[in-house]
Ligand binder design. Structure first.
Ligand SMILES: [Zn+2]
Length: 420
C-alpha cells in the first residue's frame, strides 16, 4: 500500500452509536438460533446497510449474515478473505436501552457515570494510556456493547470506504456477522459451506495494535462418583459416601495448577460445578493449556486420581468422561503463516507496533480455525467487556477500521499459488 487510507472518526462514531443502542443481549439458556429474537433487529439493519452500500448480503434462518464484495482490479488468483464480528452482547450485564456517553478529548480525570460506577484511570492503566482520546462509555446502567459492536462498526466503515473508492484494488471479501458468540453456541450452526475465505479476521480484541493468534486448548471433564448408601445408624462397614469420594478427588487436584494460581502461559484444572448426594455425586471440571500435550496430561491425570479414589473407597466407582471443546489456533497459523504476517504488516502500515498476544480463553475464531479457516483476532478498541464500566477509544477504533482496510488491500496484492 502506498499510503495509509483514512477512515473518518466522526462517521465511525455515529455508526457505532447506532449499533450500540440496539438491544442484542443473548441468552445461554435458549435453544433457539439466534438465542434471542432481538438480535434480528441489528442483523436486519446490517443486511440493509450492506445492500445500500452495494454489497449483496444473505441472512440465513439461524441469524448468520454474509455480505460479499467481489474482487476489483486484481487477478483471478487473489484469495477470498473474511472479516467477522458478533452482534450479541453478554447476558452478564443489561444491554437494554444503552445510552452512550461521549467524553471528547478526555483529560484523564475519573469518569463518574453514577455514584458507584466510576472509571478511575488510576485503577485502569489501559484507560490512563488513552488520555486525549474521545472515550465512549455507557450511562452506567448498562454495558456499552463495544464487545462487539465496535468490531462491527469498524468492518462496516472499511466496507463503506472501499465502496466509495472504486479505484482501490482488492480481492474478494466476505463480511460475516454472527449471533450468540457470548453463549459459546454461536459456531454450532455456522454456515461453513457458504464460506470461501482462505482466512478470516475476527474484530473482537481490545488494546491498540494487538493481534491474538493463540488461545487455550480446552477440554471439559465430567466425573461421576458412585457410592453405596446405607442407613446412617447402621453405616459402619456398609456406607460408601459418594460425596466423600468427590471430596478426596478434589483434594488431589494440584492447587498450583488452578486458575487462581496461574497466569501467562500456565494452564490449569478448574472445578466449575458439583451436584449429588450420598449415593451419587458429579463434578464438572474444565482443563486449559496453550500446549496440547499439557492439557492431555491433565486429562490422563484425572483418570489416575479416579483410580486412587476407588482404591481408597473399596466398592465405590469413579467414572471419568471428557470432551474436547476447542484447540489452540496456533496450529492453523503454522500451516498458513501469511495470515498473521499480513495482519502484522497491516498494523505496522499505520505506524503502530503490532503486538502478538495470546488469549487465556477462546474465541469464535478458534472454532473457525479448527474448521479449516485460520482466524486470528484483531484489536477493536473496547475495554472492560461485560461490565457497566465498559469503554472504547474512538481513536483506537479508527485504527482498527484502517487495519481492516489495509488488510483488504494487502491481500489484494497477493496471488496464490505464488508463481515459481
Ligand atoms: Zn466479543
Amino acid at each position: 500500500m502506498k499510503q495509509t487510507e483514512r477512515i473518518l472518526p466522526e462517521k465511525l462514531l455515529e455508526r457505532f452509536i447506532r449499533y450500540a443502542k440496539i438491544w442484542t443481549t443473548s441468552d445461554p439458556h435458549s435453544a433457539d438460533s439466534p438465542t434471542t429474537e432481538r438480535q434480528w433487529e441489528l442483523l436486519r439493519l446490517l443486511s440493509a446497510e450492506l445492500e445500500d452500500l452495494g454489497v449483496p448480503a444473505e441472512l440465513d434462518e439461524n441469524g448468520f449474515l454474509i455480505g460479499r464484495l467481489p474482487a476489483r482490479g486484481v487477478g483471478p488468483q487473489v484469495p477470498t478473505v473474511g472479516f467477522m464480528a458478533h452482534v450479541d452482547t453478554s447476558p452478564d450485564v443489561s444491554g437494554e436501552g444503552v445510552s452512550p456517553r461521549i467524553h471528547r478529548r478526555w483529560q484523564g480525570d475519573a469518569i463518574v457515570l453514577r455514584d458507584d460506577v466510576v472509571l478511575d484511570p488510576v485503577q485502569m492503566p489501559e484507560l490512563a494510556a488513552r488520555k486525549g482520546d474521545t472515550i465512549i462509555t455507557s450511562d452506567g446502567t448498562t454495558l456499552l456493547g463495544a464487545d462487539d459492536k465496535a468490531g462491527i462498526a469498524e468492518i462496516m466503515a472499511a466496507v463503506e470506504y472501499l465502496q466509495s473508492n472504486p479505484d482501490l484494488p482488492h480481492g474478494p471479501l466476505e463480511i460475516i456477522f454472527t449471533p450468540d458468540e457470548e453463549t459459546g453456541k454461536g459456531m454450532d450452526r455456522f454456515p461453513l459451506e457458504r464460506i470461501q475465505s482462505r482466512c478470516c479476521y475476527t474484530l473482537d480484541g481490545d488494546e491498540l495494535g494487538t493481534l491474538e493468534a493463540e488461545c487455550f486448548n480446552a477440554y471439559r471433564a465430567d466425573i461421576g462418583f458412585f457410592g453405596v448408601s446405607a442407613h446412617p445408624g447402621r453405616a459402619r462397614g456398609r456406607l460408601i459416601n459418594a460425596i466423600s469420594m468427590l471430596g478426596s478427588f478434589l483434594e488431589m487436584l494440584p492447587g498450583s495448577e488452578s486458575p487462581e494460581a496461574t497466569d501467562g502461559r500456565y494452564g490449569f484444572y478448574h472445578s466449575v460445578e458439583v451436584s449429588g448426594h450420598t449415593e451419587k455425586a458429579e463434578l464438572t471440571l474444565i482443563l486449559r493449556d496453550f500446549e496440547r500435550n499439557e492439557v492431555e496430561r491433565r486429562v490422563k491425570a484425572l483418570q489416575a486420581f479416579a483410580s486412587a479414589v476407588e482404591a481408597a473407597y473399596p466398592g465405590g466407582k469413579v467414572k471419568v468422561s471428557w470432551v474436547k471443546q476447542y484447540l489452540n489456533m496456533r496450529e492453523a497459523f503454522s500451516e498458513d503463516p501469511l495470515v498473521v504476517e499480513l495482519a502484522q504488516k497491516a498494523i505496522a502500515s499505520l505506524g503502530i507496533s503490532p503486538v502478538l498476544t495470546s488469549i487465556r480463553g477462546g474465541t469464535d475464531g478458534a472454532r473457525l480455525s479448527e474448521l479449516g479457516i485460520p482466524s486470528p483476532n484483531l484489536f477493536a478498541g473496547g475495554h472492560n467487556f461485560h461490565s457497566l464500566t465498559e469503554w472504547a477509544s474512538l481513536e483506537v477504533m479508527t485504527c482498527a477500521a484502517e487495519t481492516v482496510l489495509a488488510l483488504a488491500l494487502l491481500w489484494g496484492e497477493f496471488e496464490s499459488p505464488a508463481p515459481a
